[in-house]
Design a protein around this ligand. Structure first.
Ligand SMILES: [Zn+2]
Length: 270
């Protein structure tokens, strides 16, 4: 079975630090390969809560080094490698997560996977068994190196548009995806913050035409607006089936996904 588990759907500083929504990134099981994508704060805890064995991970991928995407990278490497006693697994991360002034992957932890680290860059491609992992495009997000990714397996493709602002080549880079996960942190544009807002996502979907779009990584503006309500509006305007991810949501990649109930709004309204 292949599935995506949304460990947490929080994005942006206030939703993550208040845990109004859970955080921790995504767990992908694709043709038997287990991948953790953007292990933000709580990734290990959420795996355990959801009955996922972190020792079974084959690969950890960072789209970029911001703390809401990388906070648990070190402990997840430790978990993947049996506390360092059973070295295995691979880390895929941009160069500035690993080197430079402010790397986020601890050097002693790197020895747990015997330095089995692949540096994510433009035109990156790596085959993890039957799963092809590639950098779809470099993204435009703050001053950190950030990449959009594609995971292809058994004739299906999952695209992941991590944090970025809109740019003209963005939709083209994600054409032909069966599933397209898009981080939507904000409702209104602030140039400095470089995040996608709903109108950008409508533009992307009209051109990229994925089978299903899944919105994720919600900041406070989106939580207040209700991610599910925003997803319905985006679906109506783009003509592409669009759902909002929920904390702990499991997306069976063999089925057409159901629209999840809006739990966050209820929690938010008390
Ligand atoms: Zn970011």
């Amino acid at each position: 079975m292949s599935e995506i588990v949304f460990l947490g759907t929080a994005g942006g500083r206030m939703v993550v630090t208040s845990q109004l929504r859970k955080s921790g990134g995504m767990w992908l099981e694709l043709n038997g390969k287990r991948i953790v994508l953007d292990p933000g704060p709580g990734c290990l805890l959420r795996c355990v809560e959801l009955g996922i064995d972190p020792a079974g991970i084959d690969c950890i991928v960072l789209s970029h080094k911001h703390i809401d995407h990388s906070n648990d990278v070190n402990i997840m490497i430790e978990a993947m490698s049996g506390g360092g006693f059973k070295p295995k697994g691979i880390l895929i991360a941009p160069g500035d997560s690993l080197e430079g002034d402010d790397p986020v992957v601890l050097r002693y932890v790197r020895t747990y996977i015997k330095g089995n680290i692949k540096v994510l860059k433009e035109s990156f491609r790596y085959s993890l068994g039957e799963v092809d992992i590639e950098a779809a495009t470099k993204l435009e997000h703050s001053d950190v190196e950030t990449y959009g990714l594609k995971f292809s397996f058994g004739g299906k493709t999952i695209g992941y548009i991590a944090d970025t602002e809109y740019f003209d080549a963005l939709p083209e880079a994600f054409k032909g995806c069966d599933y397209l996960i898009i981080n939507m942190v904000r409702m209104t544009r602030v140039k400095m913050l470089q995040h996608l807002i709903p109108i950008d996502i409508i533009n992307i979907l009209k051109k990229a035409r994925p089978g299903v779009a899944i919105l994720n990584h919600f900041g406070m503006q989106v939580v207040k607006a209700s991610p599910e309500a925003v997803a319905k509006k985006i679906e109506a305007e783009s003509g592409v089936r669009t759902i909002a991810a929920g904390d702990g949501m499991r997306l069976d990649l063999g089925k057409v996904p159901e629209r999840p109930k809006d739990m966050t709004l209820e929690r938010f309204l008390g």
